[in-house]
Design a protein around this ligand. Structure first.
Ligand code: ATP
Length: 424
């Protein structure tokens, strides 16, 4: 019966440099992982011997060991096997190279490596970033993690780009803690939906990061790990080049695609090291549906936290007259109607004030830090996000879900295309 399966205990003995891979697909399933002896890590975070880690449906995990170990799984996994071939030695060599650059940076009081990870969808870019950040922080470094993947990003909610300072290894089951993230609002699932806006935000995040690196010596020598999105052809490739420029990238790790590797060797300045890395055979492909679910889950976690670390959001009314809601991007005008000096693409990053209406229902709104509602507002970072859960036109008010209690920290709000159905 199902109950028996839940109590299945399997023990795995791993040789040095092998990994146990497992996946949980079934809904509401729980699997417990315990390290019995030896040493092991999950994407660069060390397991504590004897401690039990809990994973739920959707988890796709690799437990890797350098020295060999015995681990135990309790519960029903949909896939579980031991792999002896992994690219971990190559990833570790990359880390060693980056750390050598950090040592040089420390000696000369210059900037540490600005390392960008690129490749198509489902090659393990986010995982490689996590491994490199974990190895860095385990050696006492304090790197910045930058994520410019709008749709599948790991910082704040989808539809944004941003950065966090990494001061501790990622939690095995929850990723990196996100205190005071630096977040910019784009409001789309893909950078192609408003390329002009996305490029402006990359430039802005890049220059803010540059300033922040100068403030803290330890972070300056530790440098940045930059995660990108899996769109690598045509306009997507242009965004990669723009990211390289915006962040003064000097190391590019190209996962899995030799063509992309060759293009980047051809198109990047000489001081940039471009390195090809194979993907891990363990990386699991995600369907379009799974990507949509990931976005929903990220938003739900933003408001409600995780099972282990629950958050309690607030719900309150906001009068239409107390806020100004903008959308980014005005309709295009024919060239003949453009004011002198205005370029045909400028309208894409213009702010348009909108009258609150029922169409706002379920949409996310970012709360801007900006003091003024001019066009520079899009370049200021976000205080946070709220979700519209009701629009009452008669009483001229919105009901919103907010991580913070009333009042909102600012009355300037930006509309996101992303929606969230609050089912709590
Ligand atoms: P995207 O296309 O969204 O940018 P990505 O290239 O960043 O994806 P990841 O998110 O790193 O890919 O990996 C995809 C999935 O594969 C994740 O759920 C991750 O946990 C899993 N995964 C990565 N490496 C392994 C491994 N060695 N064994 C098992 N699962 C893995």
């Amino acid at each position: 019966s199902g109950d028996d399966k839940k109590n299945i205990i399997s023990e795995f003995k791993l040789d040095p440099e092998a990994e146990l891979r497992f996946e949980i697909e079934t809904k509401n399933e729980k699997v417990l992982l315990t390290l019995k002896s030896g040493s092991a890590e999950v994407f660069g975070t060390e397991l504590v011997k004897g401690k039990t880690y809990e994973f739920t449906s959707g988890a796709k995990i690799a437990v890797f060991t350098w020295q060999g170990c015995i681990v135990e799984l309790k519960g029903k996994t949909d896939v579980s096997y031991v792999a002896k071939e992994t690219p971990m030695v190559l990833y570790m060599n990359c880390h060693a190279g980056l750390d050598q650059m950090r040592l040089n940076a420390e000696k000369n009081n210059t900037k540490g490596p600005m390392c960008m990870v690129v490749g198509p969808n489902d090659v393990g870019k986010s995982t490689v970033c996590r491994i490199l950040l974990n190895y860095a922080v385990r050696m006492g470094r304090r790197p910045l993690y930058v994520d410019v993947d709008l749709g599948q990003g790991q910082i704040s909610v989808p539809g944004t780009i941003g950065s966090i300072l990494v001061e501790r290894p990622a939690l095995i089951d929850e990723g990196f803690p996100q205190e005071a993230p630096l977040v910019y609002h784009d409001g789309h699932k893909s950078p192609g939906d408003n390329p002009a806006l996305y490029k402006k935000l990359l430039t802005q995040l890049g220059s803010t990061i540059k300033d922040r690196l100068e403030i803290n010596k330890k972070t300056k020598m530790s440098g940045c790990i930059i995660n990108t999105c899996g769109w690598i052809k045509g306009v997507g490739y242009k965004f990669i080049l723009h990211t390289m420029e915006a962040f003064n990238v000097n190391v590019i790790l190209v996962l899995d695609q030799e063509r992309l590797y060759n293009e980047l060797v051809r198109d990047s300045p000489r001081f940039v090291k471009v390195v090809f890395l194979p993907k891990s055979g363990g990386v699991v492909e995600r369907s379009k549906g799974a990507r949509g679910e990931y976005r929903d889950q990220r938003i739900r976690e933003y408001f409600y936290g995780t099972p282990k670390n629950a958050l309690y959001p607030h719900s309150f009314e906001v009068k239409f007259s107390d806020v100004k809601i903008f959308k980014i991007g005005a309709p295009a005008l024919p060239d003949s109607c453009l004011p002198l000096g205005m370029k045909a693409r400028d309208h894409l990053t213009k702010l348009v004030l909108i009258t609150p209406n029922p169409g706002l229902l379920h949409h996310l709104l970012s709360v801007s830090f900006s003091e003024k509602d001019d066009d520079d507002m899009i370049l200021s970072h976000c205080a946070g996000f709220i979700c519209v859960t009701n629009v009452d036109v008669e009483r001229q008010q919105l009901t919103v879900l907010s991580p913070q209690p009333k009042p909102l920290p600012n009355n300037l709000l930006l509309l996101s295309e992303l929606q969230f159905m609050d089912s709590h």
